[in-house]
Design a protein around this ligand. Sequence first.
Ligand code: C2O
Ligand code: CU
Length: 462
Amino acid sequence: MTLMMSRRAVCAGLLAAPLIRPGRAAASAPAPLTARTASVQLAPPGYGMTKVWSYDGSLPGPVLRAAQGGRLSRRLVNELAVPTSVHWHGIRIDNAMDGVAGLTQEAVPPGGSFDYDFALPDAGTYWYHAHTNSMEQVARGLSGALIVEEATPPDVDADEILMLDDWLIDPDSAQFYADFTAPMMRSHAGRMGNLIGVNGRFDHRLKAGQNARLRLRLINAANARIFVLRLQGMEGWTVALDGMPLASPEPLVEEIILAPAQRVDLIVDVTAEAGTPAGLLYAADDDSWQALVELEVSGRASGARRSAPQPLPPNPRMQIGGLEEATRREMRMEGGAMRGMASGRFEGQQMDFQELIQRGQFWALAGQVGRGADPFARYRLGETARITFVNDTVFPHAMHLHGMHFRQLSEGAAGPMRDTLLVMPQQSAEIAFVADNPGKWLLHCHMLGHAASGMTNWIEVV
Ligand code: C2O
Ligand code: CU
């Protein structure tokens, strides 16, 4: 620590003298974020390396950090053989920077680049991922964590990002199963991996002493997997969901359910004694509890547990007024295996389910299959919106709104603010948000195979 500090001070000293000159062309060019192929050791030793699509050669991509109230600037350089774009998931962003190919920008062709530069109004845990053919590009590795720092972060001994993911890998070759569009997956729960990991590793580990206090930032980057999680040898609180602070920390008493694209910030205390098992467990497909992250407990960080944490400082614009006067709309979710639907509107034409299947489409949102020419709804800037999702399918869906966070309404009460909501089969859920960000915003399922086969709609705020 001291060594790092002094080296940094020395470097700063060196830089201060001769290198600062007028004419800041170099200083204003955003740092690159390069989409390119790479080989990484994803599978356990004994298996080969996996060819991935990466940001800057690593999987996940580099952790991007910036201060709340500041800006993030990155030049996406596309060294892939296919067009791509970057979406900054959960940032209440300038619409032109939202990264949705075909809606907010043109996809960046191979060899091309695009300068992203935007303000960061909210502190919290966010992430970035490809938003051009994301069903394939995210599954191949194009995602990373984006952390917006509070001016005064909570007092913890360590701040850990845990990016949860799963990969579908052929055990013989260690390469991704290449059929990213398999209808069997898209019409069911989505592309589920056979290898589960955190931060690009199947064996990600943490170390801490007993009574250490950790901030854990969980991000579900999987295409379709809903993680059900439990703490072992740790106790704590949820302090934020999808980046947004809770009004008061919620003690963790139940399992944590993290749908694709959702984040949860936990503050946990290590209660396990040195040498006893601890970590994060997940419910495996056979319902057994398996280690996702092992925490190695050695020694004691302090003699006793600390008192309960304070809430994180609130972000701006977290109130939702005008619920009574708000326009109410319903978005019916239909289709998929074992249920289907009568018909839906695809590329301007009404089609029955068989015709849709022939075009590789399986789902509809409010009767619309895929992004249509017209939005699901247009809102006046500043208006309060209410949308009820009615899940008339036999699968859960993780509904994500771009550009604005919402709160779920149940029995008149507004829940925590978030950007992605899990809607279970045969259930409905109502959300409310203030349409305070002008532009064209996607509203889609974050099971990416569903999004690519019908479950993508959009709204417009004017
Ligand atoms: Cu995480 Cu439309 O995106
Ligand atoms: Cu879905």
